[in-house]
Design a binder for this molecule. Structure first.
Ligand code: KG4
Ligand code: ZN
Length: 396
C-alpha cells in the first residue's frame, strides 16, 4: 500500500521540503508530488561559506512559505488541522545543529498536531539512497533501480560537509571505511573559489572555469595558426598567447593519494593554492598573468584534477580490496561532470565486472526527496518514532 510522506531537510543552507508517494517493499516506487528547495546562496555568498546562525534564521523564515508551496504543488490540503500525510521524515543528523534544530522541531510539531509517525533520517543515507532510484517518464516519478546496485557496494560520498567511503554490504548496512581528516572535498572547492574571488558555492564555478581551461588548451594544441578565424582576436587571443608564452602550468599535490588507508585530506591542497597565488603576486610578470582569466582557469583545472585524482584513486583501491560489485557516487560534488566522467572510465578500466552508479544530477545536492527515500527505507524496517523521541544531533 502506498503512503504519503512529507520530508523536511535543513541540515545546511537549503530549506527543503518534499511530498512523495511511496509504495512497495521489494521494489519501492516513489512519485514526487512536490520538491521545493529554497536556496540561501545570497545570504552566505559574502562570507564564502555557510554561516550557521544566519542559515538557521533563514530556515526559520523560509520554512513556512516552503511548506505552503510544497502542499500547493502536491495539491494536498490541510483541513481542520488534519492532513493526508501518513509519515513525516526529517533530517536529524549529521549537520549544523542550529539548522537541524529548525527542521526537526517543525517536523516534531507537525507530527504532534497531526498525530502521525515520524522518522529521523541520516543526511548521508539520503545521499546514498539517491542512487537507488532513477527518474522515469515525463512526470517527476522515481522508481527503484533494477539490479544496478549489487552488493557489496562501495559508495563515495562527497559533499560540502563530508567526504567518506562507505562500504554497503546490503541495503541499510553501512560502514564508513575512510573519511576526510580535515576539509571535505566540497569545502575545499568553496575555499579555493573564495581565494580566487569566485562566487559561492565554489564547486560549480571551479568546474566551469576548469572546463574553459580545457577548451583553451585543446584549441591551442589542435588549431593550426593559419586556420584562426579573424574574429578570434582580442582578449581571448592575448590570453592564449600569455599561456603559450608563459608555459605556466601549475602543479598541485595529490594529498594522501598513496597512503595505505582510505582517508582523505584536502586542507593542504587549499594551502598549496594559497601559497602559489601569493608567490605569483610577488613578481611583476606574474601579476600580469595572475590578473588574466586564463590563469584562474588553469589553476581551477589543476585543483579540480588534484581532487578528482585522489577521490578516484582511493575509491578504486577500496572497491578492489573490499571486492565491491558496484561503485556508487553521491553528494553535492557528485554533480561535477568531470568527476563523473573520469570515475566511470576508471571503474571500467581498472575493475572487472564492476558497474558504476551515480545519482541523477538533480538529486546530488541537498534536497528533501532523498530524505523521503531514506525515511521510507527506515519505515520499511519498522523504525518509526513518535514526535517525543526525535532529536537532532550534529554528528553521525
Ligand atoms: O551535498 P551538498 O548540497 O551539501 C552538503 O551536504 O554539504 O553539497 C554542497 C557542496 C558545496 O561545497 C558545493 O561547492 C559542491 O557541493 N558542489 C560541487 C558542484 N556542485 C556542488 N562541487 C564540484 N563541482 C560541482 N559541479
Ligand atoms: Zn548534503
Amino acid at each position: 500500500m502506498a503512503i504519503i510522506i512529507l520530508a523536511i531537510e535543513t541540515s545546511c543552507d537549503d530549506t527543503c521540503a518534499a511530498i512523495v508517494k511511496a509504495g512497495g517493499r521489494k521494489r519501492p516506487r516513489f512519485d514526487i508530488l512536490s520538491d521545493v528547495r529554497s536556496s540561501q546562496v545570497k545570504i552566505h555568498a559574502p562570507y564564502g561559506g555557510v554561516v550557521p546562525n544566519l542559515a538557521a534564521r533563514a530556515h526559520l523564515e523560509n520554512m513556512g512559505p516552503v511548506l505552503k508551496q510544497c502542499f500547493r504543488n502536491a495539491d494536498l490540503q490541510i483541513e481542520n488541522g488534519k492532513s493526508q500525510v501518513d509519515l513525516i521524515t526529517v533530517t536529524t543528523h549529521p549537520g549544523l545543529i542550529p539548522c537541524l534544530l529548525i527542521g526537526t522541531n517543525v517536523a516534531r510539531t507537525l507530527a504532534w498536531i497531526w498525530d502521525k509517525p515520524i522518522v529521523g533520517a541520516n543526511h548521508l543515507e539520503g545521499h546514498i539512497y539517491a542512487n537507488w532510484v532513477i527518474p522515469v517518464g515525463i512526470k517527476e516519478k522515481l522508481k527503484m533501480q533494477k539490479a544496478k546496485i549489487r552488493f557489496p557496494a562501495m559508495c563515495l560520498i562527497v559533499s560540502g560537509g563530508h567526504t567518506q567511503l562507505v562500504l554497503i554490504k546490503h541495503r541499510g548496512d553501512f560502514k564508513i571505511i575512510g573519511e576526510t581528516l580535515d576539509d571535505a572535498a566540497g569545502e575545499a572547492f568553496d575555499k579555493v573559489a573564495r581565494l580566487l574571488g569566485l562566487s559561492f558555492p565554489g564547486g560549480p564555478q571551479i568546474e566551469r572555469l576548469a572546463q574553459s581551461a580545457q577548451n583553451i588548451a585543446e584549441s591551442i594544441q589542435m588549431e593550426p595558426i593559419s586556420s584562426r578565424r579573424p574574429s578570434q582576436t582580442g582578449r581571448r587571443q592575448s590570453q592564449k598567447k600569455l599561456l603559450r608564452d608563459s608555459a605556466w602550468k601549475p602543479q598541485l599535490p595529490r594529498p594522501m593519494i598513496n597512503s595505505k588507508d582510505y582517508d582523505f585530506s584536502f586542507s593542504g591542497l587549499k594551502t598549496a593554492v594559497l601559497y602559489l597565488v601569493q608567490d605569483l603576486q610577488k613578481s611583476r610578470k606574474a601579476i600580469k598573468l595572475y590578473s588574466s582569466k586564463a590563469f584562474k582557469a588553469r589553476l581551477c583545472y589543476e585543483f579540480q584534477q588534484a581532487v578528482i585524482d585522489v577521490l578516484i584513486a582511493k575509491t578504486i583501491k577500496a572497491a578492489k580490496n573490499y571486492k565491491a560489485k558496484t561503485v556508487i557516487l553521491g553528494g553535492g560534488v557528485g554533480a561535477n561532470q568531470e568527476l563523473r566522467r573520469q570515475l566511470q572510465i576508471a571503474v571500467e578500466e581498472k575493475l572487472s565486472n564492476v558497474n558504476c552508479q551515480m545519482s541523477n544530477i538533480k538529486y546530488c545536492t541537498d534536497n528533501a526527496v532523498i530524505i523521503a527515500i531514506a525515511g521510507y527505507f527506515r519505515y520499511l524496517e519498522g523504525k518509526t518514532k513518535t514526535w517525543k523521541n526525535i532529536i537532532a544531533r550534529a554528528t553521525l
